[in-house]
Ligand binder design. Structure first.
Ligand code: C2E
Ligand code: CA
Ligand code: CA
Ligand code: CA
Length: 276
């Protein structure tokens, strides 16, 4: 028994060790990513559930070096959050996305750009002034910027959350609750916080057409959110079957591989031009 226990212990520490080392490796490389211009934004279309028209774009961070993708956001964003690197990186993302949206606005494509905000950014005392600076500097209409906040992000703001969200709304920026349905008391947020839109998490969309309970819950969430006057976006839509279900259930917009994967700005622009 003792030998087994020892073995188990060794195994445990070895894997923890490896994980910690991998994270440190990512962190060291990530520190260089901004100055080395290895980061870029890809844009994924959000389309109108009925017409299929592009109604917006979500900016998603990519990390490339020597032409190949180094790590996925799900690998490096947590490291960026733990190390605090998400602050300079997040500021860069916001500036880059606003400049891009302004450029598209000037070309006649006035679509809102959605930017993901991490808890560390949101809870920072200077978050609002960064946001205001970036809007002023880019010249982008505030209505063309949307912040995607997860429940975790909103919770991280503490007591100041409601007043911060109100200030952001007063500035004209749109607010969206991301990964909706995966957290705790999500529906109550819709009542308390000035949220414009909610994004139904892709785990619901994934199981929609194979699991009756998921279909029922998803329909109920959409109906409730709509009756509260919210825009409802489904993410991770991959099949026509999912698309049809969500459209009939009352979803406003759809996002997913079925309508386009995240793509570089130039390709997104071609897409905007093609439907003109
Ligand atoms: P998210 O905000 O929930 O973004 C949606 C993710 O789903 C993206 O993954 C997107 O590429 C992926 N996706 C889109 N359509 C489909 C689909 O039809 N099927 C499937 N299976 N996946 C789809 P990505 O780009 O790897 O980003 C992962 C997460 O990393 C994001 O989840 C977000 O939480 C975070 N992230 C990405 N960029 C940023 C950023 O600039 N700042 C912050 N704070 N977080 C970011
Ligand atoms: Ca998002
Ligand atoms: Ca999401
Ligand atoms: Ca997510």
């Amino acid at each position: 028994v003792k030998a087994q226990g020892q073995h188990g212990y060794r195994f445990f520490t070895a894997s923890m060790h490896e994980r910690a080392r991998a994270r440190r490796g990512i962190e060291i490389a990530l520190r260089q990513a901004l100055p080395r211009h290895e980061l870029s934004l890809h844009y994924q279309p959000k389309v109108d559930a009925h017409s299929g028209r592009v109604m917006g774009a979500e900016a998603l961070l990519r990390w490339h070096a020597n032409g190949h993708e180094l790590y996925q956001p799900d690998q490096f964003i947590p490291v960026a959050e733990d190390s605090g690197l998400i602050l300079p990186i997040g500021a860069w993302v916001l500036r880059r996305a606003c400049r891009q949206a302004r450029a598209w606005q000037q070309l006649g494509y006035a679509i809102p750009i959605s930017v993901n905000v991490s808890p560390l950014q949101f809870q920072h005392a200077d978050f609002y002034s960064w946001l205001d600076d970036v809007l002023n500097e880019s010249g982008l209409d505030a209505e063309l910027l949307e912040l995607e906040l997860t429940e975790r992000t909103v919770m991280s703001g503490g007591d100041a959350t409601t007043s911060l969200l109100r200030r952001i709304k007063q500035r004209g920026v749109l607010l969206s609750l991301d990964d909706f349905g995966t957290g705790y008391c999500s529906l109550s947020y819709l009542k308390h916080f000035p949220i414009d839109a909610l994004k139904i998490d892709r785990v619901f969309v994934h199981d929609l057409t194979s699991d009756r309970d998921t279909a029922t819950i998803t329909s109920a969430i959409i109906a409730m959110a709509r009756s509260l006057g919210k825009v409802v976006i489904a993410e991770g839509v991959e099949t026509h079957e999912q698309s049809a279900f969500l459209r009939h259930a009352g979803c406003t917009q759809l996002q997913g591989f079925l309508f386009g994967a995240p793509m570089p700005a130039a390709r997104f622009e071609q897409r905007l031009a093609a439907v003109d």
